[in-house]
Structures are given as C-alpha cells and as structure tokens.
Design a protein around this ligand. Structure first.
Ligand SMILES: O=C(O)CCC(=O)C(=O)O
Length: 294
C-alpha cells in the first residue's frame, strides 16, 4: 500500500506522510509493534478474559445477548466485544500505549506532550462480532478542540474486509463535526445516514503490529465479522496537553442538529435506561514513552 510507512522501523514520518495526515485525516504506520509485543498483548487480553490475570479496573463488555456467567472462563474471550481501562493490568498493554516509536510519530504530527485518556481493545469475535456504525470519535468526547485528539488503532490479528477491518472516508475530518443519532442502545451512535459519503469509503487492511493513526473527526466504520477469523485490535486516544474538557453545552456547539438540539454521543437523545449509556470522562494517564520490546 502506498500509504504504508514500511517495515518494522523507527523511521520518522516523511513530509508526504505528515501532509497526508492533514489532508486525509489518517496515516498508516506499518510494523509499529513487533511480533513479540503483539503476542504478549494477545496473551494479556486472553488472560484478562479468562481470569488468569486480575481485572483490577478493567471492564469487559460482551457482544449483545451473551451472558458471560454461562460461559467457561476459557470461552469468554470469544464473546467479548470490548475491554476498557486495561493499561495498568499488564506491562505488554502499557508498552503498547506508551511505545516510544509511536509517540515519536505523534510528536511529529501534533507536537510534544500528551495524555492517554481512553484505552479500549476491540475484539470482534469470529462469527458474532458486531459492526461499529459510521461515527466520528470526537462525538464521544466532550472536548472543545477535536484537532488536539488523535486515535491510534493497532491490529493484533490481520484485519481484512472479511473480518471487519477499519473503513474510512479520507478527508472527511475537514468537514468538521457532523450530527450523530443515538440508538439509545449501549453507546451505539451513528452519523446521520445522508451525511456519510459511502461511495468514497476505503478499507484499510492491516497486518498484526500495524497502526492506523487518525484524526478524531474522521468518519470511520467497521463491518460485522461473520468469518471464522479473530479480529483483535487495541485502540488508544490521546489528547495534547492543554486540551479543554468541557460539558454538554460546549460539546453541543460542535455536535448539533439543524434545530440546535444536541447531536453528540455523550448522552442519549431520548430518555434511556441507565444501562443504555455511560459517559465516564477522561483517564489521566500522562504519557511516559517506553522503549518497545521489539
Ligand atoms: O474496532 C472496531 O471495531 C471499532 C473501532 C472504532 O471505531 C471505535 O471504537 O471508535
């Protein structure tokens, strides 16, 4: 792929790649994590799901309709959709978030000094992995300047069209914040259908250890996983130091319908049961870069 940085490497981004991030809202860092680190992250996720590693503050969310109490510990990782707040649970997962190679690239794009404020592992299980509708990540964060936020999505398995790789619309971040509708189902929220330029979508197929770096206003989506293949990924969100976190009124200035009503994803748009949504603000994890293991 032309947009690849190429090989397991600590090479800096080229001027073309920096320009691509500004113009298209994304850039791909091939081989950001080596095989040993990838394997250690996979093992840590598996250990968290099965109980071999204490969960601590880590939260597991399962695919809809799954009752984890009915599953043997070893089977749980094949029904989990999402892990949250896992960085302190394992040195491998912390390393992935603090990887010096990654932060050198982010320094080039955004300048120095940032905070890890959200960490998720998105593990679309074989056959039952559900879709993530088209959205802008900034719709989930009550920040006033989405340009100070960057998302990093790291493949732990090969991510392909078959098992639900990332799809995106290059340049869509330049259109600013667009209204989202809340499904009043747990944190499911989507860009209003006519505003998604589906014909221009591109699928970003990735190998384990590759990282997609993307702007928080980029329109993106992942399809369901009907295949027998796993599709595990780590996703980190960082904000630059000084980014302002605010309330719903400030977020509403960015995300609103034509009539001014709130159209972000941090509260449901209709009255909904407590269990249907969760806004938990930002984690305060200062980035202290660490040398990658491989
Ligand atoms: O990995 C996925 O399936 C979805 C990732 C994503 O776009 C998100 O959680 O914001």
């Amino acid at each position: 792929m032309d947009d690849a940085i190429g090989g397991p490497t600590s090479a800096p981004l080229t001027e073309q790649e920096i320009a691509q991030y500004r113009r298209d809202g994304w850039v791909l860092a091939r081989g950001l994590m080596g095989p040993q680190s990838v394997e250690a992250c996979r093992a840590a996720l598996s250990d968290l799901a099965s109980g071999r590693l204490p969960l601590g503050d880590t939260v597991l969310m399962y695919e809809k309709g799954v009752d984890p109490a009915t599953l043997a510990p070893e089977a749980r990782e094949f029904a989990v959709r999402k892990y949250m707040d896992y960085v302190p649970a394992s040195p491998a997962l912390r390393m992935a978030a603090m990887n010096r190679r990654l932060h050198d690239l982010l320094d080039q794009l955004l300048g120095r000094g940032r905070v890890l404020f959200q960490e998720m592992a998105l593990v679309k299980p074989p056959r039952i992995g559900s879709e993530k509708p088209w959205h802008q990540d900034a719709s989930y964060f009550r920040v006033t300047d989405p340009g100070l936020i960057v998302g990093v999505w790291i493949a732990l398995d090969a991510a392909t069209r078959e098992n639900g790789c990332m799809e995106l619309i290059a340049g869509s971040h330049l259109g600013g914040a667009v209204p989202h509708e809340h499904e009043n189902d747990f944190n499911r929220c989507r860009i209003l259908d006519p505003l998604v330029a589906r014909d221009a979508r591109i699928a970003i197929e990735m190998e384990p250890g590759d990282a997609l770096i993307f702007h928080s206003l980029l329109h993106h989506y992942t399809a369901p996983n009907p295949s027998p293949l796993r599709r595990r990924a780590l996703q980190f969100h960082y904000h630059q130091i000084g980014a302002v976190w605010a309330g719903v009124p400030e977020h509403q200035r960015l995300f609103h319908f034509e009539d001014g009503r709130y159209a972000g994803c941090t509260v449901p748009h209709e009255p909904a049961d407590e269990s249907a949504h969760w806004y938990r603000g930002a984690l305060p994890r200062t980035v202290l870069p660490e040398e990658p293991w491989d």
